[in-house]
Design a protein around this ligand. Structure first.
Ligand code: PAN
Ligand code: ZN
Length: 202
């Protein structure tokens, strides 16, 4: 292939040229949210909101390449839990680089041995996700959260590991703003408020 350049719009998240766009609705990730009743009631009323969209660069999904994509997470909540990505491990444990472009968010990260970390994602903030850390991004603002992610072409995405085991922490809208809750993994709807530091263990 030939060298190329692509333009990023930091406000809209558009990537030009892009190979493809993607979009994820609530119905495609209903199990991700703690308040299953709220999620099912929305769908039952014919409301299937787009939670996030994005654009993929034209890079082969092959070893040796660095691929990248933008993501735009809409503002909103399911119950009181903020809109977020499904989250995943990479099939081949490998690092990833995130860059905040607009809006305000939080990245939840969890190692294969159960350690937890979170980092705020905002314009001009870069976040490094080491190999073996599952990651999920949450929009805690009132505007779309836009960011860039750069990862290995042959990394692959493993969504099942996250869907099966879940994330140990969730972010809810509280009376005074976002609240991070440690989840009781035995019951998806149970939680207790907590305010851990950015590198506290879960
Ligand atoms: C990101 C994510 C993107 C969408 O580009 O793929 O934000 O989130 P999910 O893949 O969890 O649905 C990334 O981490 N790529 O590896
Ligand atoms: Zn990733």
């Amino acid at each position: 292939m030939q060298p190329f350049r692509a333009m990023l719009d930091f406000d809209s998240g558009s990537l030009v040229p892009a190979a493809a766009g993607f979009s994820r609705r609530l119905s495609e990730m209903i199990g991700a949210y703690a308040d299953q009743e709220a999620a099912r009631s929305l769908l039952a009323h014919g409301d299937d909101p787009v939670i996030y969209t994005g654009y993929d660069a034209s890079v082969p999904a092959e070893a040796g390449h660095l691929t990248f994509r933008t993501t735009i997470i809409m503002p909103g909540t399911i119950g009181t839990e903020y809109f977020m990505t499904k989250g995943h491990h990479h099939v081949r444990d490998s690092a990833e680089f995130y860059l905040g472009m607009s809006g305000s968010g939080v990245m939840l990260m969890q190692s294969r041995t159960g350690e937890f970390a979170r980092q705020d994602l905002e314009p001009r903030a870069s976040v490094y996700v080491p190999p073996g850390w599952a990651h999920r991004t949450v929009n805690i603002g009132d505007a779309p959260l836009v960011f860039l992610a750069v990862y290995f072409g042959d990394a692959g995405h493993d969504y099942d590991s996250v869907a099966d085991a879940g994330f140990g922490w969730r972010v809810f809208r509280g009376a005074d703003g976002p609240e991070l809750h440690r989840m009781n993994m035995a019951g998806a709807g149970q939680s207790r408020p907590a305010e851990p530091g950015a590198d506290d263990d879960g």
